[in-house]
Structure formats: C-alpha cells, structure tokens
Write a protein that binds this ligand. Structure first.
Ligand SMILES: NC(=O)c1ccc[n+]([C@@H]2O[C@H](COP(=O)([O-])OP(=O)(O)OC[C@H]3O[C@@H](n4cnc5c(N)ncnc54)[C@H](O)[C@@H]3O)[C@@H](O)[C@H]2O)c1
Length: 353
C-alpha cells in the first residue's frame, strides 16, 4: 500500500489559486515517481472564505486545518476585501494562531541566474545562503491592549519567556545543523520586549556551545542585510522585525516569487506557504512565478512527510530552471515563460531525470 498524506489546501486569493494549482501538478508528479499519494482537500480561505462563508477562516476550514497531515496555503488578500468587516489577513493570523505555529522559517539562497537579478552588486549577492527564523505567534500582531480611536491608537508588543525560548531553541538547533552561526535581532536598547528577548538568547546560548552567537539591533540589521548578507547563516527575531527583514531579504534573489516558507509548532500539522502575498496586480494573467510555492511544497514533503528524495528532486530541477534562465517574467523579461509553461518544462525535467 502506498503511503497517503492528507493535505488541507487553501489556495486563497489573487495569484494563490494559480500557483497552488501549478504546484499540485509538480507535487503529484514526484509523488507518482516515488510511490506515495498526496490527497489535497481544498477549502475557501481568506477573501474566498469571506465570499463563501462570510468568514475568512470558517469553522469548517478550521476543523480541516487542525485535522490533517499538513496545511498548504497560496496567499490571501486583495482590493475586493479592503473594506470588509473582517479582512482576509485576519483569517491568516487566526489560522496561524489556531495551529500555534511559532517558528516561521524562510530559507534564501542566491545562486545561478538569480545573482543577475539581484538588486545588489554580484560580489555582494552571489552565494548568499541564509535562513530567517521569525517568531510567528506573538508580539505586536497579537498583543493587547490595542485600540484605534479617531485621534489616538495603541498596539502592544507582548512576549513571555516561554514564547521566546521555544523559537530561540528552534533557531539554535537549526544553526547547529548548518554553519553554526546564529544572529539574534532585537531592539534591546529601547524596547522592554527586546530586553527580555536578549536576556533569554544569552541564557539559551550556553546550551549550544558549538554555535557562534551575535546580536544586532533591527535598524542596523536592515543595513547589514544589503551590505554584507553573506555574513549571515541563521537569523532569529521576533514577529514584527521578522516580517520586515524577511521581505527585505526576499528580494536579494531578485524576486519575491522565489522565497518559500514553512511554519512549525511543537507537534504538527505544519503550515507551508510562499513568503509573498496575493499579487493582485498580476492575478489572472498566468504570469505569476510559482517557484516560492513549489519550494514550499518541497519543504512540506521533507519536513511533514520525510519524503526527502522527492523534495531534493523538486529543488534540484528548479535550480536547473534557474541556471538555464527558464523563468517567468519577474525574472526573465526578454524571453519569459508563463506559469503553465514553466510548470510543463519543470515536469518534463522531473519525469526524465
Ligand atoms: N501570506 C499572505 O497571504 C500575504 C503576505 C503578504 C501580503 N498579503 C496580501 O497580499 C495583497 C498584496 O500585497 P502586496 O502587494 O503588498 O504584496 P505581494 O507580495 O502580493 O506583491 C508585491 C509585489 O511582488 C510581486 N509578486 C509577488 N509574488 C509574486 C510572484 N509569485 N510572481 C511574480 N510577482 C510576484 C507582485 O506582483 C507585486 O508587484 C495584500 O492584500 C496583502 O495584505 C498576503
């Protein structure tokens, strides 16, 4: 009997359905090759959830999210719902919270053809190989009290020791398996939450003597990421800083369309999604770059299903597409492939490996 994995699939809005559909084709192709079955169970989520259920994260969807082997998401949001009572993005935050995913992992490598697309000089960008570990379940996006009045507004950044410790341990363990360098980013010269963050990182560092630890303030880190990105291996930071820094890092490779992500909790199911949004400006035109979503799919095969060979094959063949500059318009203006043409060429490579 072939192994069968149940995936709760949330295509979402904008380019989400297009890039998820393309990714399903690729994942099913490797599944057939390696003899396992992926059962995708699709649900309306985000803006599509508002249209179908009047709720971006309906109870039926929540139930499916909490009872599966992995959750696979496209992206949510768009101008259609900008004035909705509850916005699609609120569904995303609620979904992450319900899964209690606390570590969002975004790996970034600038290799091959991507170097030429980087906004940075070749000698600065080439060879960047870093991972951002962003705390995902607490901080400014969830903190209370909060309010918005006519003439004043309040947000709160809250962190407990436990919330900091679990993501920091996760980042140290990841650094141990990589180049053994961890950079913790905070604003400990000003913010109370950052002072606690730094204190806990220093305490936890003693348990990981093989990892070289450094600390940067977030404002300095914003500069280092574009002046010396190769100096970094694993970067760990709190939710708001991680949101901003990971978007900054994502364009080092020339396009937001290539950055995957995985979000982990203590016992699964884990969540996989591209780092970019729903790109309403290009939705429906068949030109979206599916690489970030496909690489998120590869991460799902590796981290949720331990189908490592299948994950390796997807990553290797996408790297070949990059080397050969067989890419969508965000990365190849002269001779672009559509989303479907990219997918078809990739499938051909996978099938004739
Ligand atoms: N996780 C998510 O679902 C998520 C994340 C960020 C933003 N959003 C939402 O997405 C909507 C649009 O937000 P935004 O414009 O700030 O960010 P975005 O990431 O959707 O787009 C930013 C720019 O990058 C381009 N881009 C993004 N992904 C691409 C891809 N795969 N291929 C080619 N080009 C790509 C877009 O065309 C756009 O020019 C908003 O409603 C926002 O709230 C959702």
């Amino acid at each position: 009997m072939s192994k069968k994995y149940q995936i709760t699939c949330l295509p979402g809005d904008g380019i989400g359905p297009e890039i998820v559909e393309a990714t399903k084709v690729v994942l099913n192709a490797v599944a057939a090759k390696f003899g396992f079955i992926l059962q995708f169970n699709d649900y309306a989520f985000g803006g599509a959830g508002i249209d179908k259920y009047g709720n971006p994260y309906a109870d039926e969807v929540r139930n499916a999210v909490l009872n599966c082997d992995a959750v696979f998401l496209g992206s949510v949001g768009g101008p259609k719902w900008d004035n909705a009572e509850v916005r699609p993005e609120a569904g995303l935050l609620a979904m992450r919270k319900s899964l209690d995913v606390f570590a969002n992992v975004r790996p970034l490598q600038v290799v091959g053809a991507l170097t030429a697309h980087s906004p940075l000089k070749k000698e600065i960008a080439e060879g960047v190989d870093l991972v951002i570990v962003r705390e995902l379940s607490s901080g400014a996006y969830f903190g209370t009290p909060r309010h918005l009045n006519e003439t004043d507004a309040l947000d709160s950044i809250t962190y407990t020791q436990e919330e900091i410790d679990r993501v920091v341990h996760y980042a140290f363990q990841m650094a141990e398996k990589r180049r053994k360098k961890l950079c913790s980013v905070d604003k400990a010269n000003v913010l109370a939450s950052s002072k606690l963050w730094r204190k806990r990182v220093l305490a936890i560092a003693e348990k990981y003597p093989s990892v070289e630890i450094s600390h940067e303030y977030v404002d300095a880190m914003a500069m280092h990421l574009i002046t010396r990105p190769k100096d970094f291996d694993v970067i760990v930071t709190e939710n708001l800083f991680g949101d901003i820094l990971s978007d900054e890092a994502s364009v080092l490779g020339g396009s937001l369309g290539v950055l995957p992500s995985a979000s982990f909790n203590s016992k699964g199911p884990f969540l996989y999604e591209p780092a970019h949004g729903s790109a309403p400006d290009i939705a429906g035109r068949g030109i979206a770059n599916p690489i970030a979503t496909m690489l998120s799919g590869a991460m799902m095969l590796r981290y949720s299903f331990s189908e490592n060979e299948a994950a390796d094959l997807i990553e290797a063949k996408i790297a070949e597409m990059m080397q050969e500059n067989r890419l969508t318009v965000d990365l190849n203006r002269e001779n672009p492939l559509t989303t479907n043409a990219f997918t078809a060429e990739l499938i051909k490579k996978i099938e004739t490996r």
